[in-house]
Structure formats: structure tokens, C-alpha cells
Design a protein around this ligand. Structure first.
Ligand SMILES: *Cc1c(COP(=O)(O)O)cnc(C)c1O
Length: 440
């Protein structure tokens, strides 16, 4: 499979190149050039297939020349040591379900993309007898998926920059307790400082001459493709009746998760519709309603991992639908949800069935209910993606329910370990000094 930039189809890259570059040289995102037809393969998967088995089969079809069969097996086994859970949440004929994607090392769906990217980079670097340094800035949440995913991967070191005093205590523990090949730099500055330092490092001639720096951004195609796998896995779990009328509801910010689902559909997964659920950062629902795409500054909400005013994956979505608004509208339904409705959804499911939902998942469930209520004699099956463990968003869940959800074991363990962070000034020089001292 070849990849091209969303902004210029003549800028081509192999999978390996696209994975290490992250962004195309023209600032576009890498996207598959071809559209493979994998419908028969998807339909052949059974309830009894494990997640790594499904991932391996898809990898073999997508990358016949890039990933040899034995390697595909290893990568799938190494990357996916955790599995999704499909949970029924409605009483009448199981029409509402949650696809829980938060049982991985950092308790959020981003583990699927990050762990796959780590496994594939490890494999490629091993093959080249090379070494790379992942350099990434985080405002709190996304860094932990990367830190945990790359922990103990050979040929790779990870350096994470985070703003001192501006991430939650739990997030700081998640970032700073990994150890091994993962270093946490506590920057005496803001998240913007962290991002600027990383950007400057990537274009610094001395660093680039001495070290191989790479990013593990969420826009990396190596993180997007594995996210298609859980849509296909979920399909295999359903009853035959449900398979005929499947709708996915995706709580969205940067729209990587939704784009991955739409890719799975484009490759042959029978899906009736996708619900693009957002908070008041509703650029995409608005576009679907009006045909006008108006990105803007983001607003803060309770579902803060979705506070995105200019979603980067919109370029990929547009490409899949060949920039055809009508075609996109047929497949995507946009629904946006207020914080108030997010809170009342968390409360409702806790009261009704003692089920804790994190704010992002609750927002998705609320959008699914709204969609269901808008259709007379509704009889489809809506699977909402559960994007984070409720224990990750304790304060919001407690505000809604008056109760604290149990912390998952991964987070409990992180809280008990000592913080190991290296304080640095918010300058390129400070970052350079650290990198050259440690890895030069
Ligand atoms: C990143 C994230 C989202 C948004 O996913 P996108 O792929 O950016 O649309 C939703 N929920 C949680 C918990 C997240 O961490």
C-alpha cells in the first residue's frame, strides 16, 4: 500500500516513510492511495477470533510487501496485549452498545494507535539496525499513551515534554512514572513552550545531524490504521440481525477515530451510518448541516480531549468522500452535545444501571440516544465508542454522580510509583543540552 499527501497526490511515500515522517513535507497528512476491497475478509471474522488475530489478517492484506507474515503475527501480538469489550447498555433488544476501548495501558482508546505505532517502529528500526528518539509535547492526556506504548521498545527512546504545574496530578504520575527508555522533562513554562521547543528541535541542524528525531503525533498514519481494526472486531461480535443495521457513534475531537471507522467502511465493512458526536466545538456537525466549513479557536468543555476547533483529520475525511459534500452527508450524521447533557447522561446511567461513564463516552451515548429518538420505529443497532475509562476523569464523574468511580489498576499503580521528572528551562538550548548529553 502506498501513501500520498492529502494536499498533493504526487507526494508519495511508503508505509515506512510515512510512519517516520509523520507529516508530509507540504504539511498535508499521509493517506492511503489505494482502496483495497477487504469485504470478504471482514465478513469471514467470527465472534471467536481474538483481536490480535483479526489485526494480523488485516495487516497481511493491507501490507503484503511491507510486512512479511511472520512479522505481522509478531506485531499484532506485541502491540495488542489488551482487548476491547462490547457492552450492551439498553434494555430493549440491545440496540445501544458501548465499544469499550479503554482497557489498555493508559486507559484510553489512543492506546490502540500508540501501541501499534510503537511495535511497527521497533520492527522497522530493528530491520535497519537504527535507533530513533520520539520527541513529543503533551498538555497532559495524550502523552501517557505514547509513554506507555513505547516503554521497553528496542531501538527507541522517548522524551516527553510537559508544562510544570499545568497537568493534573494523575496525569503527571502517568507521564513521570514509566521510566526505562521514557524520560519526562518538566518544562518551566506553558504547553505552548513545550510545543515550540519540540518544533525547534525538529529543524535544528546540529540535533538532526547527530540524532534521529521522530514524532508520534496522533495524525501519524501508523496510529490511524490500527484504529480501523476495532470497528471490524466489533462487527464480528454482533448477532447476524445487528450486523445488517449497524451504526457507529464516535465522540470526536481531531476526528482520527471517526476517520479510521470510515476507512474500515471504505474497505468493505458493512456500516449504515456514522454519528460524528462533538461537544460545543461543533465545526464538523455544522459543516454537515450547512455545507460551510468554518474552523475557529477551541472552547473549553468537560470532554476536554475533544476541545478542537480545527480538526486535522478533516482533510482525510474529505479525501475519502472525494470532496463531495452530499456523499459525506449521506454517511455521516453530526450531533453536538452540551456539557449539561453530558453530565445528565453520566448521572442517568449511574442511577439506572450503576454504570460509570467518562464525559467523552457519555457525550457519545447522549448523541446516540438523540439520534435514536429522532427516527420513528427505530430498529438499528448503535455502537458508541467508549474512549476513556471513567477513572481518568474522576472530578467530572463525581460532579455528576456524587460517587467516585473505581480507579483501574493501571492508574492505581502509577499513583503509587515515585515521580521521576527532569526539570528544564523553556528553551531550545535546554532541550538540546539534555538530548545531546543523554543520546549524543
Ligand atoms: C483523543 C480523544 C478523543 C477524540 O478523538 P479524535 O480521534 O481526536 O477525534 C475522544 N475521547 C478521548 C478520551 C480522547 O482521548
Amino acid at each position: 500500500m502506498e501513501f500520498i499527501s492529502t494536499r498533493n497526490p504526487s507526494l508519495k511515500a511508503t508505509f515506512r516513510e510515512a510512519v517516520f515522517k509523520g507529516l508530509a513535507p507540504d504539511g498535508g497528512l499521509y493517506h492511503p492511495l489505494e482502496t483495497p476491497d477487504l469485504g470478504d475478509l471482514f465478513l469471514s471474522f467470527q465472534h471467536s477470533h481474538t483481536f490480535p488475530q483479526i489485526a494480523e489478517q488485516i495487516l497481511l492484506q493491507l501490507f503484503p510487501s511491507e510486512i512479511p507474515p511472520a512479522v505481522a503475527h509478531q506485531i499484532a501480538q506485541r502491540a495488542f496485549t489488551f482487548t476491547p469489550i462490547l457492552r450492551n447498555i439498553s434494555d430493549h433488544n440491545g440496540s445501544l452498545k458501548i465499544l469499550e476501548l479503554f482497557h489498555g495501558p493508559s486507559c484510553a482508546f489512543k492506546d490502540f494507535g500508540a501501541c501499534f505505532l510503537a511495535a511497527i517502529m521497533e520492527e522497522f528500526l530493528n530491520d535497519e539496525s537504527s535507533h530513533a528518539i520520539i520527541l513529543t509535547a503533551t498538555s497532559g492526556d495524550t502523552g501517557s499513551a505514547v509513554a506507555r506504548a513505547f516503554y521497553r521498545r528496542k531501538h527507541i527512546d522517548v522524551v516527553i515534554l510537559y508544562p510544570s504545574g499545568r497537568v493534573s496530578p494523575l496525569q503527571e504520575k502517568q507521564l513521570t512514572t514509566v521510566g526505562g527508555n521514557v524520560s519526562a522533562l518538566e518544562v518551566k513554562g506553558s504547553f505552548d513552550d513545550c510545543q515550540r521547543m519540540v518544533k525547534e528541535a525538529f529543524v535544528d541542524p546540529e540535533l538532526n545531524e547527530k540524532l534521529r528525531l521522530t514524532s508520534a503525533n496522533s495524525i501519524n498514519i501508523g496510529r490511524l490504521i490500527p484504529q480501523a481494526f476495532y470497528y471490524i472486531w466489533a462487527y464480528a461480535q454482533l448477532a447476524p440481525e445487528e450486523k445488517k443495521k449497524l451504526i457507529f457513534c464516535v465522540p470526536s475531537g481531531n476526528f482520527g477515530n471517526l476517520t479510521a471507522g470510515v476507512l474500515a467502511w471504505q474497505w468493505g465493512l458493512p456500516v449504515k451510518k456514522f454519528i460524528a458526536a462533538t461537544n460545543i466545538n461543533k465545526v464538523v456537525p455544522e459543516y454537515l448541516e450547512t455545507g460551510i466549513y468554518k474552523p475557529r479557536a477551541s472552547l473549553q468543555t468537560l470532554s476536554n480531549a475533544m476541545d478542537v476547533g480545527n480538526p486535522s483529520n478533516f482533510e482525510r475525511l474529505s479525501r475519502i468522500f472525494q470532496d463531495d459534500y452530499q456523499q459525506m452527508r449521506e454517511m455521516l450524521e453530526g450531533i453536538w452535545i452540551t456539557d449539561k447533557d453530558t453530565l445528565s447522561t453520566i448521572r442517568k446511567y449511574y442511577t439506572r444501571q450503576k454504570l460509570f461513564l467518562d464525559p467523552h463516552t457519555a457525550l457519545g451515548v447522549c448523541a446516540s440516544e438523540r439520534f435514536m429518538q429522532s427516527i420513528p420505529a427505530f430498529e438499528d443497532c448503535i455502537v458508541t465508542l467508549g474512549t476513556a475509562h471513567p477513572g481518568k476523569f474522576l472530578e467530572v464523574v463525581e460532579e455528576a454522580t456524587g460517587k467516585q468511580p473505581p480507579l483501574p489498576k493501571q492508574l492505581q499503580e502509577a499513583l503509587e510509583l515515585p515521580k521521576q521528572a527532569i526539570p528544564v528551562d523553556p528553551t531550545l538550548n535546554a532541550l538540546k543540552h539534555f538530548l545531546l548529553e543523554r543520546f549524543g
